[in-house]
Design a protein around this ligand. Structure first.
Ligand code: ADP
Ligand code: ADP
Length: 218
């Protein structure tokens, strides 16, 4: 039932003169429906942990398993949605085309991908701007499109790294409201790295990170 599990995971960066221990001996498990806030000072290791959970980076010690993927590692982009601090939409593509990107990795037809992308925009309240280009969007809208893109495949796990970090307070609140609403009634687990207490208090679990140490509490 566990979506992802880490066992004594460490990550040391060693391209500089002195190695940097970004994460040491992190052990955790993420269950369906989890709402976890990762909090702690900048440099504490939050991004490093999220990258490892996403499979974007590999640990230098310990192990990570994704029981939800079984042997089909190639399914990872469909099962794990990612949102970063900046929306990173592709500039030449329209909003709906951007949201289609992960769907095109699946096995459905292009028609199905389009329908699912429009559905994801609906869920996030942005269907009416599907034909716009990223440069025409406000910062808050662009980040909502990034959320729609991450949710388009109905991932089992959504990982968000400071998703509201670039937004003013009301816009940040609105983005988070829409994100939580769109997850309501689903089993999608959410892990969000945030400095925002108000965001963290709306989750049901807070994990603290500092100096690469993860403090997990139930
Ligand atoms: P947080 O997300 O909590 O701010 P990070 O995971 O980004 O923390 O960083 C943890 C530590 O690892 C910091 O000391 C940071 O400078 C270092 N670090 C992160 N990425 C790299 C990298 N690519 N190369 C070298 N050091 C890195
Ligand atoms: P965050 O906003 O989560 O704290 P950072 O601003 O620390 O993230 O890092 C942004 C990017 O730079 C990440 O991809 C991280 O891996 C990389 N990075 C962070 N610290 C270092 C470092 N000391 N050397 C090289 N890359 C780093």
């Amino acid at each position: 039932e566990v979506l992802v599990r880490t066992d004594q995971v460490g990550r040391t960066y060693s391209q500089g003169k002195t190695p940097v221990v970004a994460l040491s001996s992190a052990t955790c498990a993420i269950l369906p429906g989890a709402r976890i806030a990762l909090m702690g000072p900048s440099g504490g290791g939050k991004s490093t942990l999220l990258h490892l959970l996403a499979g974007l980076d590999t640990p230098t010690s310990g192990s990570i398993t994704w029981p939800m993927l079984g042997a089909r590692e190639t399914l990872r982009p469909l099962k794990i949605g990612l949102v970063f601090q900046v929306p990173s939409l592709l500039a030449p593509l329209t909003v709906v085309e951007n949201v289609e990107i992960p769907l095109l990795l699946g096995q459905g037809s292009t028609e199905k991908a389009r329908a699912a992308a429009l559905d994801a925009l609906d869920r996030i309240g942005l269907r009416s701007i599907g034909e716009k280009l990223p440069e025409e969007l406000s910062g808050g809208q662009a980040q909502r499109v990034a959320v729609a893109r991450a949710l388009a495949t109905y991932p089992k796990l959504l990982l968000a790294d400071e998703p509201t970090g670039q937004l003013d307070h009301p816009t940040a609140q609105q983005l988070f409201d829409v994100l939580l609403e769109s997850l309501e009634g689903t089993e999608t687990a959410l892990v969000v790295a945030t400095h925002d207490r108000i965001v963290a208090e709306r989750m049901n679990t807070i994990w603290h990170m500092h100096h690469g140490l993860l403090e997990v509490q139930a």
